[in-house]
Write a protein of this length. Sequence first.
Length: 132
Amino acid sequence: EDRIAVASTLYAELLGIHRALDENAQHLTDKPPDQDGGFMVPEPSIKLLPEMVSKMGLLRPDTIRKVMDAYVLTEQYLEQLILLGGKLQPSMPENRQLVYIDAQHTKFVIEFNRTRAGVVKEAIDALAPYLK
């Protein structure tokens, strides 16, 4: 029963992260920024994982690995964009960080999001059987 609760919680949070990555990539594809402009990228929200870490042992090792892969990539998301040249926006509330990225990096960020969405999807798929 605990296992279902852990899996359901992680599933819901990862689904939200996947949706955000996917929608961000789609928005940039549909409405790319002006060549001399740029765009904001929000930090993906991770709120539930810390409470679940102690109970992750209830899941199978391969599921844990996929879930942790997804979370680690998500945790590193903004760092990677800053290394690309993105600028962290000052005076944002904690957990609501934004990075400004030049338009020249639009295609990269679309692929970056899609790749990460794929890893998150693997974790979602690994958690799905626990919910049945």
